[in-house]
Each structure stands twice: as C-alpha cells, then as structure tokens.
Design a protein around this ligand. Sequence first.
Ligand SMILES: CCCCCCCCCCCCCCCC(=O)SCCNC(=O)CCNC(=O)[C@H](O)C(C)(C)COP(=O)(O)OP(=O)(O)OC[C@H]1O[C@@H](n2cnc3c(N)ncnc32)[C@H](O)[C@@H]1OP(=O)(O)O
Length: 194
Amino acid sequence: MSGGSAALQPPADAVKPVRHADAPAPGELLGAHYSQCFGCGGEQPHGLHLEARAGEGVSLTAEFTVQSAHQGAPGLAHGGVLTTALDETLGSLNWLLRTVAVTGRLETDFARPVPVGTTLYLSAEVTAVAGRKIYSSAVGRIDGPDGPVAVRADALFIEVKVDHFIDHGRQEEIRAAMNDPDQIRRARAFEVNP
Ligand SMILES: CCCCCCCCCCCCCCCC(=O)SCCNC(=O)CCNC(=O)[C@H](O)C(C)(C)COP(=O)(O)OP(=O)(O)OC[C@H]1O[C@@H](n2cnc3c(N)ncnc32)[C@H](O)[C@@H]1OP(=O)(O)O
C-alpha cells in the first residue's frame, strides 16, 4: 500500500484532469519527447527505451524491458532505474493534457524485485489538477499487464513554461533540440495549446 505523503494529497480545490482535444487517440504510441532522453529516447544506448501508449481519459500504459545495463544487485533491476521508468511514464501523461511539466515530487514503493530480462508493464493516470500542480499515480507489473505489482508511485508534477528548459538546459543540447524541426514544432504546440 502506498504511503502517499501529505504533499501528494490533492487540495480541496483540485479538479479532475481534462484530456486535451488533440491528445493522441487511445491505443496510439506517444513516441519519444526527446531522442536523447534516458527514459524514452531512441538514441540512448543504455536508456530504458520506454514506449508509452495513450489510454482512455488521462491515462496511459507503457512497457520497458530491464537490460543488463540497468542492474543494481546482480541480475536485478536497480531501484533508481525502476523509479526512472515510473517518472518517465508519469511524465508522459502530461502530453495528454498538452501541459509542459516537470517532476516536483515522486514517491516509489518497491513491492517485488525485478529480474533482468523482465518486461515491466506500467499503467498511469492523472488523478487531479490544482492550478500548476498535476497529481498522478502509476503501477508497474511483471509477468504480464495483469501480473503482480512490482512497483508503484505517486507524483506531483509542476507546470512550467518551455523557457524552463531553455533557461536551465546546457546550451549545446538546447541548440541541437531547437534545430530539430520536430522539437520546434512540439515546443510551439506547447506554447499555442496551453
Ligand atoms: C527546446 C526545448 C523543448 C523542450 C520540450 C520539453 C518537453 C517536456 C520534457 C519533460 C521531461 C520529462 C522527463 C521526466 C520527468 C522529469 O524527470 S523532469 C526532471 C526532474 N525535475 C526537475 O528537474 C524539477 C526541478 N525543480 C524545479 O525546477 C522547480 O522546483 C519547480 C518544480 C519548477 C517548481 O518551482 P516554481 O516554478 O518556482 O514553483 P513553486 O512556486 O515553488 O511551486 C508551485 C507549487 O508547487 C508546489 N511544489 C513545488 N515543488 C514541490 C515539491 N517538491 N513537493 C511538493 N510541492 C511542491 C509548491 O508548494 C507550490 O504550491 P502552491 O503554493 O501553488 O500550492
């Protein structure tokens, strides 16, 4: 059972999340938000290569197969890597809201060890929104989408402007991302579809 600290309890004035009209249809793959992302990027050789698929409402599913580069104890996934998988999955939900947001708080419960070679089946949903604060939860199962829960997390994402990345990211990567036509399109979409 998740502990869920007070900071992760939505306030009384929180509202239900609203799926953006242009959100990908249920069943559609979301694709990587950045090719170098450790969670979802296709150009990170040791990354998670997590693939998320839109669900109904503001929910999604995702899969990630634990590789030998992801070990902590011999033959077992590192807890931080599992938390990364949860963070990436929860972060992907914001695309369904068309909101740019970063993780403010993330609490993970580790219920079962996850061996190398295992596919983690993740499901996540936004539970509430209060101003810039987006509350969400995720679980990761093994042995199939309906298998036993291995990890679960509750999170609070905070909405930011695209400037957050431009102001704080290393200039080299920001310039490269700005020169990627798809990134620019995406950043523009964020600006015009808040
Ligand atoms: C060209 C480039 C294109 C780029 C296209 C980008 C694409 C999209 C990429 C997304 C990438 C995803 C990847 C996976 C998700 C990460 O892993 S994101 C990376 C990890 N997270 C970070 O680096 C965030 C670092 N933290 C920060 O920058 C700042 O602390 C934050 C989170 C922006 C908040 O700062 P702030 O904007 O000054 O907001 P602040 O007023 O402090 O807080 C706002 C509210 O949130 C609450 N809050 C803030 N932090 C917390 C906390 N830790 N606990 C509880 N409550 C909190 C405050 O109490 C406040 O509540 P109210 O008073 O409104 O009730």
